[in-house]
Design a protein around this ligand. Structure first.
Ligand code: ADP
Ligand code: ASP
Ligand code: MG
Length: 463
């Protein structure tokens, strides 16, 4: 089997959908399993509309639902010419859109929008998209079947970012998918969505369809997992930030995980997890340029002659610092900081502590900064009163910039070259962290300086 995940842009309009047909046709002998995203922009629209629904902006909600209905009708009329097949598709899409409309209405009535409701609403993007792909493939003579991932992928109830129950899901995916494939039918599985054991819809994190692709690919023992997107592969930097960024022909799982965690949006950071266990290679490919070999992600990527392979950045972060001379030598300060943040369910993305122990600082998403400061001031209220701790301070918005590459391990001078380049760009570094893996050097700058720092560091390594 060959699992192929198609991203939002790759299923986003009539020409792209025709390209999907052509790609699937080309690889029919490989027994393809398709995983697909919502059409590009749809998930955002669904969620924005939910926020309008809760404010009872009924006119705007109505318009958004109608626009979505028109989009589906347009695709059905353009790409499904067989009358019966088109009527069946339109009927099902209509039923989903009616259900969505009722959910919006319910949200308005209750004036309540929980993460659980948001997941229920977001799920319609993948459902509409995959159902339409299945019909379009059938229309083109390819036997295919829509598969709602909620029937085969089980998660916990952490709505918005639910964790996969692999012990249940691996068996269920295999039992749900493999027999279809054996009959010569192409399953079209919804990315991003899943359900709890009591059947409540969940989502596995924004951009999570890549992750679904590898969950499904690993469960069915796929030969490879291909992620079809809108660029030729993983690049040395975000091509929107660095015009001279180049495509990497190979990277390791560790490099891919590290760079995507630090902002390379081309692949979801969790995608590597299921693939690593079974050593299934992942390939990033471009639906706009399908003959390009793309980027191969595997256990053993050969070096490309560059010790540092990629420069990435993440925006919209806050740096929080706890300072105080009284902290020196006091055991348990870090434990208290991170327990307090864990209780508030704040994800700490990076930690930096000066060796003097006088200052501990860490990075959290900007949206969590207020809550983080509040829980920390509560936790350390006595210490603040006793002047053991000066205060908890915040600086935002900041960005983390990360330089990643396995070739950096044991190579001297990488940090020097990196920070030299940042200095050349006249950018001030607020904090630095290097994990003991040496695979990654990351540092924090003011968000307004992030782009020029990325550009300068990239230039230093890729002259
Ligand atoms: P999809 O809808 O196919 O999942 P995404 O928009 O999630 O696609 O990811 C692809 C985009 O990621 C590219 O269009 C590119 O702009 C962006 N991107 C950011 N960093 C990188 C990188 N290092 N290499 C390649 N693309 C990157
Ligand atoms: N449609 C989902 C999102 O926009 C998942 C994905 O595209 O990967 O986040
Ligand atoms: Mg994506």
């Amino acid at each position: 089997m060959l699992t192929m995940k198609f991203g939002g842009t790759s299923v986003g309009d009539v020409p792209r959908l025709l390209e999907v047909v052509s790609i699937v046709k080309q690889f029919l002998n490989e027994q393809p399993v398709v995983v697909a995203s919502a059409m590009s922009g749809v998930t955002n629209t669904l969620l924005e509309t939910a926020r309008k629904a809760v404010e009872r902006k009924t006119g705007e909600v109505h318009n958004a639902v109608n626009a979505l209905r028109d989009k589906q009708l347009h695709i059905a009329h353009e790409l499904v010419k067989d009358n019966r097949r088109r009527a069946a598709l339109i009927k099902e899409q209509q039923a989903s859109i009616d259900e969505l409309s009722q959910l919006y209405y319910g949200i308005g009535l209750l004036k309540e929008l929980s993460p659980r409701s948001l997941d229920a609403i977001a799920s319609f993007g993948e459902i509409l998209s995959c159902r339409q792909i299945a019909a379009i493939l059938e229309e083109n003579g390819i036997k295919s079947k829509f598969v709602d991932a909620r029937t085969i992928i089980r998660t916990d109830n952490n709505f918005g970012e639910a964790a996969i129950d692999f012990s249940y899901s691996n068996g269920a995916i295999n039992a749900g998918i493999s027999p279809i494939v054996r009959q010569g039918i192409v399953p079209i599985v919804t990315g991003f969505i899943a359900s709890t054991d009591d059947g409540i819809t969940t989502t596995i994190g924004r951009s999570g369809s890549d992750y679904t692709g590898s969950i499904v690919g690993a469960a069915v023992n796929s030969k490879e997992i291909w992620i079809w997107t809108d660029v030729d592969g993983v690049m040395t930097a975000d091509p929107r930030v660095v015009k001279s960024a180049r495509v990497l022909s190979e990277i390791s799982y560790r490099e891919a995980a590290e760079m995507s965690y630090f902002g390379a949006k081309v692949i979801h950071p969790k995608t590597m997890v299921p693939a690593i266990e079974k050593k299934i290679p992942i390939r990033i490919k471009n639906t706009f340029n399908p003959t390009h070999p793309g980027t191969l992600i595997s256990a053993s990527a050969t070096a490309n002659g560059h010790s540092a392979k990629t420069v990435t950045s993440i925006d919209d972060l806050a740096i929080i610092a706890i300072e105080g001379s009284g902290m020196i030598g006091v055991p348990g300060v870090s434990a208290r900081i991170f327990s307090a943040l864990a209780r508030a369910q704040v994800n700490v993305m990076m930690i930096s502590q000066a060796s003097s122990e006088h200052n501990v600082c860490f990075i959290v998403p900007k949206k969590d900064s207020k809550e983080s400061v509040k829980v920390l001031r509560d936790e350390f209220s006595v210490d603040i009163a006793k002047k053991i701790i000066d205060d908890v301070s915040v600086k935002e918005p900041v960005s983390i910039i990360a330089v990643v590459g396995e070739g950096m391990i044991g190579t001297k001078g990488i940090a020097g070259k990196t920070f030299d380049a940042v200095a050349k760009a006249d950018v001030n570094i607020i904090a630095i962290a290097q994990g003991s893996s040496e695979l990654n050097i990351s540092f924090v700058v003011e968000q307004t300086n992030a782009k020029k720092a990325v550009q300068s560091v990239h230039d230093a390594f890729y002259k």
